[in-house]
Design a protein around this ligand. Sequence first.
Ligand SMILES: *[C@@H]1O[C@H](CO)[C@@H](O)[C@H](O)[C@H]1NC(C)=O
Length: 345
Amino acid sequence: MHYSHKKLFLFFLSCIVLIFNYNSSGFVTATSQLGLNYGLLGDNLPPPSDVINLFKSIGITKIRIFDPNTEVLNALRGHKDIGVTVGVKDQDLAALAAGEEAVNSWFATNIEPYLADVNITFITVGNEVIPGPMGPQVLPAVQSLTNLVKSKSLPITVTTVVAMSNLGQSYPPSTGMFTAQAREQLTPVLNFLSQTSTPIFVNIYPYLAYASDPVNIHLDYAISKSEAVVVQDGPLGYSNLFDAMFDTFAWAMEKEGVKDLPMVVSETGWPSAGNGDLTTPDIAATYNGNFLQHVVSGKGTPKRPNSAIQGFIFATFNENQKPAGTEQNFGLYNPVDMKPIYKLF
Ligand SMILES: *[C@@H]1O[C@H](CO)[C@@H](O)[C@H](O)[C@H]1NC(C)=O
């Protein structure tokens, strides 16, 4: 083969490898890079073993659960191809922040029993508790748990999940800055994570921004449907709100002296019902489909063009024990029959 042809061939080959991974059942899927949140706030949810079969059938290899639920973790035994992010319950945070003994016993009860046959990759300490009254508990708990997994030489990464409400200034992205409370509570955590380049998990919901101002924010921009630049921010052009929100957070971190800290999108999604014309299965399918494409493309954002987006869609199922309205309708699947609410995969 001619050298340049060979190079071209290898290039295509690597693209194919990048886009398609084989899951354990051997069929080709583009979804192996996408994570799914697996929430449990419903009284009509299928048994965890059925849900794991669903993940496997659609090629999902990364999931996030909000607490160390024993039923789910037991069902995951033997499915090591699925990387699991496990949350600490917010009500356990105070104890974990108070002392190493509590951290040791929490770990011995909730994580240790599963390590032999469950692939636990991340532990998240606190879900959107920064900014807030429990915010100061996050750093000591993250530190103690990090020390513990290090002392056991475990391949588990410890971090926290934060919301966009940490941002004060946010438009355009380069003006992004944290609120005073966020600077107090979040910056020390970011500095700690930076020492080991541990990603901060950030929940990014263009839906919430759009729903708060549907007159001024264009739907196509909010659901990443258009390629045209809508917001020009110095040299950086934004064609979608997701990238703008992601980069706003990155800029805000940079203003705190935290440069290039990896960000994982712990949650994003769009409800398929609950708010009239703004929330239809079609719109939700478009937003989530475009997010999936973003992840699969390996492309970053205008500010971080070389860092592929890593993230989790919220959520697997509609959850009927969440507050009524849109919050119950973020799911990709109907819990009762496990049928997709719209076609995504
Ligand atoms: C555990 O999960 C991670 C993340 O999905 C994956 O990269 C790794 O290969 C998995 N480990 C095994 C043993 O399959």
